[in-house]
Write a protein of this length. Structure first.
Length: 190
C-alpha cells in the first residue's frame, strides 16, 4: 500500500512539472526554470507576417538582455515544421544567434497560455510567469501599424523582473496570427 502511495505521489509531481523541450541543437531546455536571471519565450511561426516583422526587435532584445543573464528561446508553433526549415527561417530573419525549438505539440504554448504569434512570455528566476503579451504596440490592428512603437511592454517587463519587481502590466493583448491547436493541423501521411 505504501509503495502504491509513493508511485501515485511521484506521478502527480511529474504531471505538475513544467514541460521541457529539445532545441534545434538537441539541447534540453527548461523554459520555466531559468538558469539565469530570467527567460523570455517568443512564440513565432514562419508564415506570420507580424511575427516575421518582429525578428529585428527579437534579435535586439535577446542580444541586449543576454548580457544581463536573460535566456531567450524562440518557440516555433508550426506543428509540421522540420528542424532544417526552422534553421533556414532563423538564418533568413537574422535570428541564428537565438536558441530555438519546435513546439509541435504546443506543450510550451499551453503551459504559458500563449495563443498568438508573436507573443512573448517572461519567466523570473523562480519560475513564475511575470508577463505574457505583445512585444510592443507597433501594430494597432491587423494590417495597421504605427511609424514607431509608443509602448515597449516586453522591455519594461524584463527591466522590472531584473530589478526584482513584478511586471506591470503583467498581461497585454498580442496581435498577430493565432496558434492552431495541435490536433487542428493534420499530420502528413508516412
Amino acid at each position: 500500500m505504501h509503495r502504491i502511495f509513493l508511485l501515485l505521489a511521484a506521478a502527480l509531481v511529474t504531471a505538475a512539472a513544467p514541460p521541457g523541450i529539445r532545441d534545434l541543437d538537441s539541447r534540453s531546455r527548461q523554459p520555466f526554470a531559468p538558469s539565469g536571471a530570467a527567460s523570455v519565450l517568443f512564440f513565432v511561426t514562419t508564415d506570420c507576417p507580424i511575427s516575421n516583422g518582429y525578428a529585428p526587435e527579437i534579435q535586439r532584445l535577446c542580444a541586449a538582455y543576454g548580457r544581463r543573464g536573460v535566456e531567450c528561446l524562440l518557440l516555433y508553433e508550426d506543428a509540421r515544421l522540420s528542424p532544417d526549415a526552422a534553421r533556414t527561417h532563423r538564418a533568413a530573419y537574422g535570428l541564428a544567434g537565438v536558441a530555438a525549438a519546435i513546439d509541435g505539440d504546443r506543450a510550451i504554448a499551453t503551459a504559458a497560455g500563449a495563443t498568438i504569434t508573436p507573443e512573448a512570455v517572461v519567466i523570473d528566476r523562480r519560475g513564475a510567469l511575470e508577463y505574457r503579451g505583445r512585444i510592443d504596440d507597433l501594430y494597432v490592428a491587423l494590417g495597421r501599424r504605427r511609424p514607431a512603437p509608443t509602448s515597449h511592454d516586453l522591455q519594461e517587463a524584463i527591466d522590472a523582473v531584473l530589478a526584482g519587481r513584478s511586471a506591470a502590466p503583467s498581461r497585454t493583448t498580442a496581435l498577430g496570427c493565432y496558434i492552431a491547436p495541435p490536433w487542428h493541423e493534420a499530420k502528413e501521411p508516412s
